[in-house]
Ligand binder design. Structure first.
Ligand code: ZN
Length: 223
């Protein structure tokens, strides 16, 4: 669909490349057990009302979202404890060919800068899993060794292209724990299919909700 806005932007930032790596909330799959996205119409123009108005309900982990430490840790930080600067950071997109868990070998020879975001582009993106309403149990996730490597590299955020960084059904969530215990935020449910590997700036602002343990984000990569 072409953009509706007729406003001509005079944008001094003028990024050459802008990638939307978010999945629409209303078509993204729902993690089993989570409350599915729901939109209730309060009024509709096409039903004779003077305006359209709807109410939304969704899980805080719906679609493309950030996990904060208080998701798993009693004394873990909540969203408002992070400066907005944590959500606007240098990022690196790494392509991974493994079908199972992402292993440390996929980071061989990859220079990781302290404080940057590391985003894993896996077969999940190739299969457009975030754009299929049906949940897939067979998704590529991160191995515990890769999580430990991210901790050692002191990255500030790890991104994965499906709804969990951990293997489906592993309720002990070792990857989540390892990252969140070390203050590394987790960006889940991104789609990197259209994004070439390389360096970018990541912008992924959570909704402003006090004490949130997770929040949907509109995540973009620019350069
Ligand atoms: Zn989550």
């Amino acid at each position: 669909m072409p953009p509706v806005s007729k406003i001509i932007l005079n944008n001094p930032l003028d990024f050459k490349e802008v990638y939307d790596i978010s999945a629409p909330l209303n078509t993204a799959p729902t993690y089993p057990g989570d409350r599915p996205y729901f939109r209730e119409w309060m009024a509709r123009l096409d039903e004779g009302n003077d305006y359209s108005l709807s109410a939304l309900a969704f899980c805080s982990h719906a679609g493309t979202h950030l996990d904060f430490p208080n998701h798993l840790l009693k004394s873990g930080g909540a969203q408002e404890q992070y400066s907005l600067k944590r959500f606007i950071i240098p990022a690196k997109v790494i392509s991974v060919s493994e079908e199972g868990p992402v292993l440390p070998s996929s980071l061989l020879g990859c220079k990781i800068d302290k404080g940057q975001a590391l985003l894993f582009k896996t077969g999940n993106s190739e299969k457009h899993l975030m754009h299929q309403a049906a949940f897939s149990e067979e998704f590529v996730y991160l191995s515990l060794d890769v999580a430990r490597l991210c901790v050692a590299a002191e990255v500030s955020l790890v991104g994965i292209d499906y709804l969990s960084a951990d293997k489906y059904g592993d309720d002990s969530m070792p990857v989540h724990r390892t990252l969140l215990e070390n203050d590394i935020l987790i960006l889940e449910g991104i789609d990197l299919a259209a994004v070439p590997c390389g360096r970018y700036s990541l912008i992924c602002l959570p909704l402003s909700i006090k004490d949130a343990e997770a929040s949907p984000v509109r995540a973009i990569l620019v350069r």
